[in-house]
Design a protein around this ligand. Structure first.
Ligand code: KG4
Ligand code: ZN
Length: 330
């Protein structure tokens, strides 16, 4: 019996998970949302400093709750890219030090590979499938052939969908992160919607663009100072969800893929989940459980364990975090 400890610190959440063989036992996450909320978004240096404060107490807590010591750990997994470099360095160096001084092999994992596999924590999903990671930093569509084989087929040309949510929320004077707040406000509106643009909807590729939509909302707010917040939220959300689902459907049909995984923070969105039920009747769509949509170490651990089973290589010497690196192995 062997245990795995996984670390995720690519943005503003410090998260550590413990697995017994390939079964997830515990995931603990220290959120920094309250700290960054005051600035309307994540402040990179503050995020890195908070990780340094949180990571060791969280590590002790996970070992204690799991009833294990470092002698029980057979593998360490850590997110190496992409993300805020200061945040990534805290996680990778902490994980490398623990691995080195306790003679434990270490495996590095791409953050997006984690998101694309988060639904595997609770579902059995056959390869290949169409996977989309929709978060604050990414809106990327992949064909996922295996744990280590990904083909990038579409991406955002500017803002990520979650980033657009956060920016629109800020324009409306709402708190960070904007996604959950806009989602809740949108659900309260059942009247007419504002016809915001659907960027790149009819282009022949699978790319997205959300900055024009964000600008359209900004112009609307300026022209209509007495706007109805719920109406703006619902209209913006409708535009985002419509574009996200349209391109996904187009890609799934083009590549003849019947299984689709929607992951990342925006996968928690209620309208997106509802839309899938009506628009993908002939496909099987998987979402991670809500708690595994946001950044978490469980999804990273899942990928690290599978990669180690397949390749078995200790990466202590080669682990180097990168702020931006595309996940593409084809
Ligand atoms: O995956 P995640 O935790 O971090 C990144 O890797 O970026 O995603 C965070 C993003 C934020 O932009 C947040 O506003 C968005 O996910 N988000 C949502 C919802 N919940 C979180 N967006 C739309 N609807 C939601 N319910
Ligand atoms: Zn993420």
């Amino acid at each position: 019996m062997t245990y795995t400890l996984a670390f995720e610190s690519s943005c503003d959440d410090t998260s550590i998970a413990l697995f017994k063989n390939d079964q997830l036992i515990i995931t603990e996450t220290a959120s920094q949302v309250k700290i960054h909320r005051a600035y309307g978004g994540v402040v990179p240096e503050l995020a890195a400093r908070e990780h340094t404060k949180n990571i060791i107490p969280l590590f002790n807590e996970v070992l204690e709750k799991g009833g294990v010591t470092l002698q029980d750990i057979g593998l360490i997994v850590v997110t190496i890219e992409p993300g805020l470099i200061g945040s990534l360095l805290v996680g990778t160096e902490c994980a490398r030090a623990i691995a080195k001084f306790n003679h434990i092999p270490i495996k590095g994992v791409h953050h997006i590979a984690g998101h694309l596999h988060a639904a595997h924590l609770t579902h059995s999903i056959p390869y290949p499938y169409l996977g989309v990671a929709v978060s604050g930093g990414h809106t990327h569509i992949y064909i996922v052939y295996d744990i280590d084989r990904y083909e990038l087929i579409g991406w955002t040309l500017d803002d990520a969908a979650g980033e657009a949510y956060d920016k629109v929320a800020k324009m409306c004077g709402l708190t960070y992160p904007g996604g959950p707040v806009i989602d809740q406000l949108a659900q309260k509106w059942s009247g007419a919607v504002i016809p915001f643009p659907r960027p790149l909807l009819h282009q022949k590729n699978f790319n997205y663009s959300f900055s024009g939509l964000k600008t359209a909302v900004s112009l609307y707010l300026k022209k209509n100072p007495h706007y109805i917040l719920e109406q703006v939220a619902a209209s913006f959300q409708k535009a985002v969800v419509e574009v996200l689902l349209y391109k996904l459907k187009k890609a799934a049909d083009h590549y003849q893929l019947n299984n689709i995984v929607i992951s990342g923070g925006v996968a928690a969105n209620s309208e997106l989940r509802k839309g899938v039920a009506t628009q993908f009747k002939d496909k099987k769509v998987f979402f991670p459980e809500l708690k595994y949509c946001m950044d978490n170490a469980a999804m990273i651990g899942y990928v690290g364990i599978k990669l180690f089973e397949k390749h078995g290589e200790d990466q202590f010497e080669s682990i180097q975090p990168h702020a931006s690196k595309v996940l593409a192995t084809l």
